[in-house]
Every structure is written in C-alpha cells, then in structure tokens.
Design a protein around this ligand. Sequence first.
Ligand code: MEV
Length: 303
Amino acid sequence: MEIRTRGEACGKVILFGEHFVVHGVPAIAAGISNKTTVEVEPSSEMLFIPGNQRTIPELTYRSINNVLSAMGIKGNFKVTLGGDLPTAGGLGSSAAFCVALAIAFAKQAGLTLSKEQINNFAYEGEKAFHGNPSGIDNVLATYGGVMTYTRGTTSKENKFEPLRTVGRFYLTVGITGKSSPTVAMVSKVGDFKKTKPDEFAELAKKAEKIVSEAEDSLFSGNMERLGALMNENELLLEALGVVSAENIKIINSARGAGALGAKITGGGGGGCCIAIAKDKTHAEQILVAIRKEGFDGFITTVG
Ligand code: MEV
C-alpha cells in the first residue's frame, strides 16, 4: 500500500440557477480546469495543512471526519491541500476538496470506488461546510462537464444530466476577494422564502424558465441569447439579496467591456462573478477591465 496517496477534482461555475437549486429548481453548472489536489498520509494525529489557501480549519476537520466515517475508514491522517482552485469563492472548492479526499482515502484503504460512490462520500463531507448543500457542487467535482442538476426530495432522487453544448466558449471569472459564506447566503435565501413565499415562488418560476431557455441556447450555440439570460438570472439573484457591492462592480465592468452577459456564480455575497466573452481575446479584454476596477480574475473555458 502507498504511504502517501493523492486525489484531485475540478472546481465549477454555476452558469444558471444557484440558490434556486437548493429549493428544487434545475440549475446548469460546468466543471472548470482549475483543480483542488489533496495528499493524504497516515499520521499519529489528524492534521490538516492548508498550504497558501484560505480555509476554515474547524469545518475542514469536520468534513474530513465525515468523509472517513462515510467510507468506514479508521485512523488519523495528515491531509495537505494544494492545486490552483481558489477557496472560499463560490467555485466549488469545498466540494472539490471532498471529492479529492474520497479518492485519496480510497487509495489508502485499497478501495476501488465508482464515481457514484465518490460523489456520495463527498456529499457527506460537503455537509460540514454547507449544512444544506443541493449536491450540485460535488456532482460537478466528480463528473466535470456541463450538467443540468435537479435536487430531489431525498439525495437518492437528485438527478443530473450531461448537457450538449455547441463547441467551447470562454468565461472570464472575476474574484471579489471577499470570502463567500455560502452557508450564510443559503440561509438568507431560506429566510426570504419563509417570509415572502409568493415572491420567492415567482422568482423561482422565472429561474426555471431561464434554465430551460439556457439549455436550448447552449445546444444551439446562441451565445447572445445565453448572455442575455445570464443578465436576467443576475436580476433574480439581486432580488434575493445575495449580490454584494463588489459583485456589482465586477459585473458592471465586465458588461462595460462588452461581455455578452455577467452574473455572480455560486453563493454570492462576494466570492466570484462570471462573464461570457465572444472569444479568447475578448475574455482577456474583460479581464483587463475587471483588473482596472482593482479585482483579480482568470479565464476559463466551458464545453
Ligand atoms: C453553491 O455553489 C451553490 C448554491 O446554490 C448552494 C448549493 O447549491 O448547495 C448557493
């Protein structure tokens, strides 16, 4: 058996439908090329080494324990985080961490796992970070690609389907640098739903329509329409109250640089924004505009 084992998994962007997906509305997400890596080795005590990433150790230890107990593995390990996926930014880093963990722990225990098993074990780890995760992040971290995801009433009923897209397209990701507390944002939306059920139902209906039209636009390659739908989706997220002043600055600068559409991605309240570009050069121009506003970012492809 290897002493030190490794796992890796990709991050994701939610193209359409975050937050509403927690409440059963379909969402579309895509794996991105940035990855989280995890190295695991037996140790006399449980140790988590975050490298140069911002993490919340208490939640991370809890997620490691959740994954280990779901997998039925006993013992202490040193867990080292690596990779180029920024944490705490709505890019699915906690889910990618849990998927990478399950892969590395399986190698420690000499287990061969199916993707479905990896996804299920990672979901248990995700619960430590989110409380009420829809499951979309761990599905994307496990399978990658572009997916429509629908949460069921039980996790066994969660459904996901790979989406056909016409070719690849470029996204510019803008990073606010403000930690995105997904758990707080998800609970804020939960409160909105409780206090304004009719308003929430109206927004959710619109979100569902946007997702269905976005599937068609992705299939036909109608990027102009896809961008317009992204802007419409952003308005719904603003109505939910999950968009921060930093998010707005990035979105406006991307649109000012001619982005076909722009919105937050993931939990919001900071974290990251995405903008659809016409091509690679345009994606770079959008990135320059975002940097001029004082934010960092990167370019990724989808499809
Ligand atoms: C987080 O990446 C996306 C949210 O919809 C939460 C979830 O689906 O678990 C905000």
